[in-house]
Structures are given as C-alpha cells and as structure tokens.
Design a protein around this ligand. Structure first.
Ligand code: C2E
Ligand code: MG
Ligand code: MG
Length: 585
C-alpha cells in the first residue's frame, strides 16, 4: 500500500517535472528549492549570469512587485497572484524567446511558495489583435447613426474598384448627399434637434434602399448607406447598369428625405442635395470617385439645392477654379486685398435737379496681385460656398460704416445721409448677424436709421424664414431694400409681404426704359405699388440722360448709375460730393 502511494507520488512528480508549464518551489524570500526544466527555460533568459538560485532576484528587473506582493500577503496560505502578466521587453533577448510571462504564486504554508510560470506571448498577441479589431470596428462606425463612417466607405469603395474588370462592368454608383441649410437647424433649434434629424435621416436612408434597386450583386457588396461627416451621407449602389436606374433611386431619396421630420417640439424640414458619380466613368481611385460625387453635390446645391446632379468632368474644372479662388480669397482677407468703393445714389428732385448727398451704396472689390481689380460677381459666390462670407460681410460693413462717419465729420451737410450695404443669402441665414450689425453701428457711433441693408429679390421671396430674419434685422431700426427688382422672382402682388422700405429696380429693366414701352409700364407700376405701400424706389444702372428722364417721369425717387458716377474710392467720393451741382436728371 505504502509502495503504491510512493509510486503514484513519483508519477505525479515526473508528470509535473515534464509539464509544459514552469513550476518552481521556493522559500518566502525566493530561494529556489526546486524547478522543472520548463521553468529553467523560461527564466534563464532573464538571469544575467545564468544563476537561478533566487526567483525574486531573477525577476527583479521585470517584476519588482513580486517581493512586495508576497511580503504583503498576511494569510497563512493562499493565492498571492494568479496569472500576473509580465511584459519582458528588452529582457526578451531573441525573437523566439517569450515576450510575455504569466506568473501565479501560491503560498503553500508559512515557509514555501509554489510558482507557476507560462509563456503568455501568443495569448497576449491574440488579445491585442482582438482589442485592435474592436477598436477598428468602432473606428469605422458612426456613433450617432450606427452607420459606417468615411473610413469604412473608403475601404468599401477601394475593394469594389479593385474587382476584376468583368465585375466592374456591372457598375456601381456613389450618391453623395449634403443637407441644405443644416447649420440653420443647429443654430436655431439646437444641436440636439440637429442630431435627431440626422438619426431620422439615417433611418429613412436605410429603409429606402430596397433590395430590388440592386439589379445584381456579384460579390455580395450590395448597397451601403453611410454617414461620412456632420450632415453628409453617402450611398453606394452596387450592380447598377444604367444611369437612369441610379437617377430614379436618387429621386426617390430626395422625396423620402424631404418629408418633414417630426421631433418632440417641431416639424423640421431638411432637404438634401445629391451628387451622383458612376464608377464606370471614373479614372482613379476611391478618393477620386468620392470627390467626383461631392463635386456634383456642390453643383446641385449651387443650382438651388433639394435636387441631384450627375458628375461630368467640366464640373471638376469649375470646382478647381473655385477652389483656387477660395484659397486666394482666404489670403486676401488676411492680407487686406479687399477694399470698398461707393456709388452715389442721388435723389431725383421734383424741380428736375438732383441731390447728390442722398446716399451711397458700398460695393466690395478685390485688388488681386495678378488679376488686378476683381469684381464681386467673381468671388461673392465662392465666399458664400466656403463660409468666408461672414468675415467678408463684416469687413465691408465695418469699413463702410467707419467711412460713413468720417464723411459726416469731414463734409457736414454734404455727406451722404444713407449708407447702403449688400447682404448675401448666406449672411442673412447666419444666427449672429443682427447682434453683429448692432455692435458695428455702436462701435462707430452710427444710428441704425442711417443704414440700409440690401437683399436680392430672389432671396427675400424665398421663404417665410428669410422674411423672419429680415423682420428681426429691421427691428434694429435700420432700412431694408429689395435689390435687383424685376429680375423675375417675386411679383408686385407679393411686395406687401416683404418688410422692406425701398425697391431697387434692376438695371436690366432700367436700361430698356427709353426703348421699350413694356419696361416703362413695369417701372411705372412698380413705383405706384411701392408708393402705395409706403416704400420708395431707386432706379439702378442709369447710363443715359434719356433713361434718367424716363425714370424721373415715372416717379422714381432716387437714381444710381454710371451717368452720375461709377463706384468710387472714399477720397474720390469726397471730391465728387463737393463738386458744384451741374447734373440734371
Ligand atoms: P448690386 O447691389 O445690384 O450693385 C449694383 C451693381 O451695378 C454694381 O456692380 C455696380 O457697379 C453696377 N452698376 C451701377 N451702375 C451701373 C451702370 O450704370 N452700368 C452698369 N453696367 N453697371 C452699373 P458690382 O459692384 O460689380 O456688384 C455686383 C453685385 O455684387 C451687387 O449688385 C451686389 O449684389 C454684389 N455685391 C457687391 N458688393 C457686395 C458686398 O459687399 N457684399 C455682398 N454680399 N454682395 C455684394
Ligand atoms: Mg445692391
Ligand atoms: Mg442691384
């Protein structure tokens, strides 16, 4: 019986001796009493002189905490540490040597420790890979919508573009969507409302992608809807043979997304502009394809938004030109290449004379180092699209108000009584505009009644919200003018809806006043309706005395045009204002 027990003990010792884990028995201070070959193999690279007499000494460089753990362990026996990971770092001398050790310490009694050592290199690597994969997945998901993000879309497109030519022949399309006026939702209703709308949009996009849109799915990629930026979504349609099919999906998405979003407090309308690019028409990589689609999206926006546009190479050329202008314009604002000129607006007096000091209109110019003086039509649109319009508008308003007050000081009664400044669509939609206008007026000591802000007819006629913005501005006490009237957006019958003080007849109408009866009737009717609503009228772009005669006869209150003066820099305007009046209208 006793020999049987000693046999099985011997077998156990043999088993442990050869076990593929390191086993060490030591004293409480680490003096090694027994170790198996595996333990020797694992510990040897860590021992500077090949001496494995004391476990703590061997492990001191990589796990100095072991001594403390043991010393602090008060219980008479038990697990001191279990599977403690030790990164060996530089102590791992060869590429095949373990890089991570796992150590478990068991206090057997008051005098002895049992130590289990294992090579945990592979396990640690696997865990790290899994962690990375988790991070990678998280890095490819948009948290708000749970859709793939830009990185995921790029990878997907790269894979799709790398498919063999036969498969590419089946074609796929990228739809790049950007919300129209999303900033306005954030600014006026708050970011939480904005986020709600985006999440609802994502849901609608997902449910709009019906399986039958995918005519054939060769590699199982199918369709992808992703959010790739703040208010930007991308849809990849795989297996689309014909552009017509893609267009009908785009149209359906426009419809679906245009339905108002019912949130807790409001019904929010948010249209999108969609740019479409077909992979078969693209030479280049995934980034080029995505960029083409985004260029087409910008064209859709420029055409008024809430529509789609199909990419063509001419669009890229135009975008590059605009891009060049944008970078230069950014620089121009910093390097003060912009300046303001003033065109006189004269009052047409009943006695046939004119009053030179009725007002001026501020018009921005760009002194370009190479192109010379650049007119606003060539850069206002770029400034609007790139978000530079705010800074540009502030510059014009500050400069013009400053000059206006200087003229009051220098010229007294000869100084212009009213300053007109143009506002663009993007400026009007900006939340802080009213406050900034008030600040600028206060900073130069100008009264609001001396300022007239001009908005184009197309803008004012646009929607209720624009009219609300206008009313808010007007509450400061300033005047509003409807610019470019007669270019076809609003009709006379709508004039009463707009909170404006002045109607400016566009040059295209005025220039034909002396030759076309139809235009004369239009001018006369406009003046009558305006007057009946308590508004006054300005005829723009007067170039001949004949035109001046007609508009005066039709009852226009004021006139502006090259006949009287081209736009002038401040010093020249001062001279012009001081001239003795020989002008007759
Ligand atoms: P607008 O506000 O209708 O300004 C009148 C435009 O007609 C000016 O062109 C002026 O130089 C031009 N003009 C005036 N009289 C005559 C004339 O007798 N004959 C001809 N052929 N043209 C005349 P400009 O300065 O090139 O400005 C064009 C437009 O650019 C402006 O139209 C306005 O909408 C916009 N703009 C100009 N300055 C600014 C600005 O500071 N901010 C914004 N947002 N827009 C501006
Ligand atoms: Mg104007
Ligand atoms: Mg105008």
């Amino acid at each position: 019986m006793a020999s049987e027990t000693s046999d099985s003990y011997e077998t156990l010792i043999q088993f442990l001796y050869r076990a593929p884990i390191g086993l060490v028995q030591s004293t409480m201070t680490g003096a090694v009493e027994m170790l198996n070959p595996m333990a020797a193999q694992l510990l040897m690279p860590l021992s500077s002189e090949g001496n494995l007499d004391n476990l703590f000494v061997v492990l001191d460089a990589v796990a100095p905490q072991l001594r403390l753990l043991v010393a602090d362990f008060d219980a008479p026996m038990g697990v001191v540490c279990d599977g403690l990971r030790i990164a060996l770092g530089a102590a791992s001398t060869t590429r095949t040597a373990p890089q991570v050790l796992s150590i478990s310490l068991l206090k057997v009694d008051g005098a002895r420790l049992m130590v289990v050592l294992a090579d945990a290199t592979l396990e640690a690597q696997r865990e790290e890979q899994e962690r990375n994969r988790g991070l990678h997945d998280a890095a490819r998901i948009d948290h708000l919508t749970q859709m793939p993000n830009r990185a995921a879309v790029r990878e997907q497109l790269q894979r799709m573009m790398a498919r063999p030519p036969g498969e590419i022949g089946l074609g796929f399309a990228v739809l790049f969507m950007n919300c129209d006026r999303f900033k306005q939702i954030n600014d006026t209703l708050g970011h939480a409302a904005g986020d709600t709308v985006l999440a609802m949009m994502a849901e609608r996009l997902r449910s709009t992608l019906r399986p039958q849109d995918c005519i054939s799915v060769p590699c199982g990629y199918g369709q992808v809807a992703a959010r790739i930026g703040g208010d930007e979504f991308v849809v990849i349609l795989d297996g689309m043979r014909r552009l017509d099919d893609v267009q009908s999906v785009a149209l359906r998405m426009l419809d679906v997304l245009a339905v108002p979003y019912g949130t807790e407090h409001y019904d929010i309308t948010c249209n999108v502009s969609i740019g479409v690019a077909m992979a078969s028409q693209t030479t280049g990589n995934a980034d080029v394809l995505l960029q083409n689609a985004s260029i087409a999206m910008v064209e859709a926006k420029r055409a008024g938004g809430a529509r789609h546009a199909i990419f063509d190479p001419g669009m890229r050329e135009r975008a590059e030109q605009r891009g060049g202008t944008e970078a230069e314009l950014r620089k121009a604002l910093v390097e003060r290449e912009l300046f303001v000129v003033y065109q006189p607006v004269l009052a047409l007096l009943p006695d046939g004379g004119v009053d030179r000091s009725a007002g001026v209109e501020a018009l921005v110019r760009w002194r370009h180092p190479v192109r010379g003086i650049v007119p606003p039509v060539e850069f206002i649109g770029v400034a609007e699209a790139s978000g530079l319009i705010g800074a540009l508008g502030d510059f014009v308003l500050e400069t013009a108000c400053g000059d206006f007050m200087q003229w009051q000081r220098d010229l007294g009664t000869l100084a212009p009584r009213l300053l007109a400044v143009n506002l663009s669509r993007a400026q009007l939609a900006e939340a802080g505009l009213k406050v900034r206008v008030a600040q600028i007026l206060a900073s130069v000591g100008m009264t609001a009644a001396q300022l007239q802000l001009e908005v184009t007819e197309s803008l004012a006629a646009q929607d209720e919200r624009m009219r609300e913005h206008l009313a808010a501005l007007k509450s400061l006490g300033l005047k509003l003018a409807l610019d470019d009237f007669g270019t076809g957006y609003s009709s006379l019958s709508c004039l009463h809806l707009l909170p404006v003080d002045t109607v400016k007849l566009d040059r295209s109408v005025v220039s034909q006043s002396d030759t076309s009866a139809h235009h004369r009737v239009l001018i006369e009717a406009t003046v009558r309706v305006a007057h009946s609503l308590g508004m006054d009228t300005v005829a723009e772009g007067i170039e001949t005395t004949a035109q001046a005669e007609v508009v005066r006869r039709m009852g226009c209150d004021k006139a502006q045009g090259y006949l009287f003066s081209k736009p002038l820099v401040s010093d020249d305007l001062v001279c012009w204002l001081q001239q003795v009046d020989t002008l007759a209208a």
